[in-house]
Design a protein around this ligand. Sequence first.
Ligand code: GDP
Ligand code: IMO
Ligand code: MG
Length: 437
Amino acid sequence: MIIVIIGAQWGDEGKGKVVDLLADRFDIVARYQGGHNAGHSVYVGERAFVLRLLPSGIIHADSVCVLGNGMVIDPKAFFEEVDQMTAQGVSITPERLKVSSRAHLIMPYHRALDHTSEERLGNEKIGTTLRGIGPAYEDKAGRRGVRVADALVPEVLKLRVERNLEEANRIIVLYGQPPLRADEILNEISPLVERLRPFVCETSHFLAEAKKRSKKILLEGAQATLLDVDHGTYPYVTSSNPTSGGAAVGAGIPPHHISGVLGIVRTYATRVGEGPFPTEMLDAEEATANLIRQRGNEYGSVTKRPRRCGWFDAVATRYAAELNGFDSVALTKLDVLDALDEIKVCVGYEIDGERVETFPAVSQDLLKIKPIYETLPGWKSETLGATKIEDLPIKAREYVEFLSASIGVEIGLISTGPERDQTIILPDSVMENWFKA
Ligand code: GDP
Ligand code: IMO
Ligand code: MG
């Protein structure tokens, strides 16, 4: 069984919590795209973990974790995280952590280029995490990237770094920054690459063998559908494909081996960084945004940036369901809405006076969207920690049913708090079958 977990909105839907919840029912947890731009928070009792590069399954001693070929890996960030996890009592060994030899490395010049690229864009900047993600994927697509396997051969690493740096420095200097030095980069990277060597693996073969032995595999998406470089709110996107098609490429598995796709959907939406966000709570709704930000702790796990908050967008989420082929949805953060008198849901878009039912491709159109809302009553009572659907107030159940109908997918799990046990699994759902399996 191979299940893919995907963010349906603009990220931070609670993928980490759900992966952690499912991980002990799976043998392997793999990431397939992105890098340390991700921040997946997991709470286990008193312990708090923030996973950036490592799959959230790493917290479970029996899980084997994979960093797939579709990822971009900053070796420094990788070992910082490994050391942090080790300090938190998580055992990390090459037996249980496998890094694809085909994944690309993020180099110091990628970080510098992420800064210059944002500076060049000025008012139109993307608001990236400045981790070098975009420039590393640019080099990958430009066929000059440094893959893990290449870096393991010192002459190849040296050649690639020297050649790439020549070009990168032209841009870096143009923006008034001091040029980077190849020898310094090599001195920094080479020992890290050596430390990485025992973790390196032909991960797609490893996954194929595991599949043959009927091992259960969970693929953990980072970022989310509307940040997908092909399908998201381009150009305000990340540079990878978090959507389910990307999972096959980025993990190196045949698409027809994927048995199911689980969408992670929040009861409202947030966005970090710039870019169109049709249902954003602005002006008169700022107080509601602040309330949600405070109740939902909506600050970046990694960058600590306050997240922009908005109402649930059924048009965008239906688009995500269709693109990814969600078989079931995990709906997170129901408890955050407990305090609201009324809850709005965007059920359609109006652009230039015309009603639009599909998610627009034109960037300018995305900025012109006027959301058409339906207003539902709030339930004004506590759902935090509820574990049974019967324990939810009727209005909360109606809200959940409304969302499910508006995106056309079953809701198989409702999350009522950050902890593992603050969760409702809906009986007779597709999700329940995966959970029981
Ligand atoms: P991810 O990037 O999709 O893994 O999400 P993040 O971890 O960046 O952000 C989600 C935040 O919401 C984390 O701090 C989670 O602990 C928290 N969270 C997840 N589910 C729930 C929930 O149902 N209720 C509340 N209150 N918090 C939740
Ligand atoms: P998780 O996995 C939310 C956003 C950035 C920026 C855009 C491009 O925790 O959901 P990048 O550094 O990737 O080039 O930035 O994407 N972004 C995220 N937003 N959650 C994330 O990850 C994100 N990863 C990137 O804020 O707008
Ligand atoms: Mg996050």
